[in-house]
Ligand binder design. Structure first.
Ligand code: 5GP
Ligand code: ZN
Length: 118
């Protein structure tokens, strides 16, 4: 369920401080420590799932929950509304996919361009 060596599990547990955006029974969202965009936060499941490679059909509702939360939290955090505003959703998977932290996470990025990256 959790991995004692995982930094995102430690963030969920409050053992590593973070700037929380949202929390419920199943998910946690917090600002990225090194933002690429004016608004950049991560949505993560409380369950320690290393990446999308480990997803099984039982995770469908959880993933759907994270995706439907993204536009609501994006607006809450100051992203401008669709279609002139909007946000970018990114999930890196594995080394070649650019994943550095192996606890599944969705990046939500938005705000006026230009951005540092993305
Ligand atoms: P990945 O490259 O795995 O898709 O993204 C990991 C993200 O987690 C990076 O954007 C990085 O800045 C962020 N990150 C890594 N460690 C921490 C941390 O301790 N606190 C927060 N808030 N973000 C972190
Ligand atoms: Zn974890």
């Amino acid at each position: 369920m959790t991995d004692a060596n995982c930094i995102f599990c430690k963030i969920i547990a409050g053992q590593i401080p973070s700037r929380k955006v949202y929390e419920d029974e199943h998910v946690f969202a917090f600002h990225d420590i090194a933002p690429w965009a004016p608004i950049h936060f991560l949505i993560i499941p409380k369950l320690h799932i290393p990446s999308m490679a480990q997803l099984v059909p039982e995770h469908a509702a959880l993933m759907g929950h994270m995706m439907t939360l993204a536009p609501k939290l994006a607006l809450q955090e100051g992203c401008n509304p669709y279609p002139d505003g909007g946000f970018r959703l990114l999930v890196n998977n594995g080394s070649e996919g650019g994943q550095e932290v192996h606890h599944l996470h969705m990046h939500v990025m938005g705000g006026p361009r230009p951005w540092l990256r993305g």
